[in-house]
Write a protein that binds this ligand. Structure first.
Ligand SMILES: Nc1ncnc2c1ncn2[C@@H]1O[C@H](COP(=O)(O)OP(=O)(O)OP(=O)(O)O)[C@@H](O)[C@H]1O
Ligand SMILES: [Mg+2]
Length: 381
């Protein structure tokens, strides 16, 4: 879709790419062949553009159907590292649906989402192999038992064979539930691909807020932020049960970081206020703090100033700019308030009726007749 130059990359202190050694998606890099391999509905790789090497996210030919309704059709989007990219469009254009797709919350009907150079969301591949892996060791144990003459050696032989087979089956099913990194890497090596879930996207470096505030209303502000850190904490159930020093240290660090984040978003001293008792604007700030708690590199903000008064809107706009300059964050923003969008965006993509309509700098988009028509309707004949 895009033929224009991507924005000049802003100063960024974004974290380096994760090491392949710990990334279950490591070998699923989005090579051109890999895109083609994903199947129907996914068009060829977008033509390379200057600055592509600094892309943080690339969405290719994304479509989402809800029954007969096509909420998003064949959408492409590039998000350069360090940029503030806005997605605008009239009500019902498909902006939130698109957000939900790239956050791993909604499965696309077709398309690929690549994040930090890795394919994260796409049509699943060869997932039928995995259930075979779960039962294979147990079947092998039975075969070995039979080969060694277990039935002939009486009840003991049969019992041992059955126990070993059952044990192996349970171990494999537990692995499938816990899904440690090494297990996921083996699956990738076998050519199995599953789209990332929202928690995978959080771990990969995406934080988001919601169009309609979704806080844990009966929890305090700091508890809400701590929930946002959950995916990045390392203590396990045993640490919690035994209250180990490692767990206590991690808890202290998390509480200190949550306090810092609350101050950053403009809620100093509000740590122990129950979320539902915060004024509306502060609840939006708290959502932002929770999104930052996962230490994201890309922040998805769905109408962060909706329902705010002009002063709160100006403060939130300044805060989003600071997040880019001070934390090096890249931002994908959905916003209806054009003063906000035009004021802070490097690039704006316009979507209408689920389809890409225009893309460019704020000035290019502001004066684009297609955009004016989408918002205001065509002039009367
Ligand atoms: N879960 C769903 N099931 C069926 N239709 C849906 C679902 N979610 C969204 N839609 C439809 O998809 C279309 C796009 O909705 P979406 O919420 O993405 O629009 P939007 O651009 O975010 O609008 P707004 O600016 O009002 O927030 C709408 O017609 C909506 O009714
Ligand atoms: Mg929306």
């Amino acid at each position: 879709m895009t033929t224009q130059q991507p924005p000049p990359p802003a100063e960024s202190s974004a974290q380096p790419l994760e090491s392949d050694a710990v990334d279950p998606f490591a070998s699923a890099d989005l090579e051109p062949e890999a895109i083609a391999e994903v199947g129907p509905g996914v068009k060829d790789e977008l033509p390379a553009q200057p600055g592509d090497e600094r892309l943080l996210m690339r969405v290719v030919a994304c479509t989402k159907r809800f029954g007969g309704l096509v909420a998003v059709r064949d959408m492409d989007l590039r998000i350069p590292e360090g940029a503030i990219v806005s997605l605008i469009g009239p009500n019902g254009a498909g902006k939130t649906t698109f957000f939900n797709i790239v956050a791993g919350l909604t499965d696309p009907t077709a398309g690929v989402v690549e994040f930090r150079g890795r394919r994260m969301i796409a049509r699943p591949l060869r997932t039928w192999i995995e259930p075979i892996l779960w039962v294979l060791p147990a079947l092998l144990a039975v075969a070995v038992g039979l080969a060694l003459g277990a039935p002939a050696s009486g009840e003991l032989g049969l019992a041992i064979t059955t126990l070993v087979a059952l044990g192996l089956l349970i171990v494999m099913l537990l692995l499938a539930i816990v899904r440690p990194d090494w297990y996921q890497r083996r699956l990738v090596r076998l050519g199995i691909f599953r789209s990332a879930r929202p928690n995978d996207m959080v771990v990969a470096g995406i934080g988001r807020t919601f169009q309609n505030i979704r806080l844990f209303q009966n929890m305090t502000a700091i508890e809400n932020v701590l929930v946002g850190m959950h995916a990045k904490l390392h203590s396990n159930m045993l640490d919690s049960l035994l209250s180990t020093p490692r767990q206590r240290r991690e808890e202290e660090r998390a509480a200190a970081r949550a306090t810092e984040l609350l101050a950053l978003v403009g809620l100093p001293g509000r740590e122990h206020v129950v979320a539902r008792n915060l004024p509306y604007g502060d609840q939006r700030r708290l959502e932002l703090a929770r999104a930052l708690a996962g230490d994201p590199v890309l922040l998805l903000l769905d109408e962060p100033t909706a329902g705010m008064n002009p002063r709160e809107t100006a403060e939130m706009t300044a805060l989003i700019s600071r997040l880019r300059t001070e934390l090096g964050l890249t931002v994908l923003l959905i916003e209806h308030d054009m003063r906000v969008v035009m004021g802070i965006s490097d690039r704006i993509t316009v979507i209408d009726h689920g389809e890409w309509l225009a893309e460019g700098t704020p000035e290019q988009v502001r004066t684009d007749p297609r955009v004016i028509e989408a918002y205001l309707g065509s002039p009367a004949a």
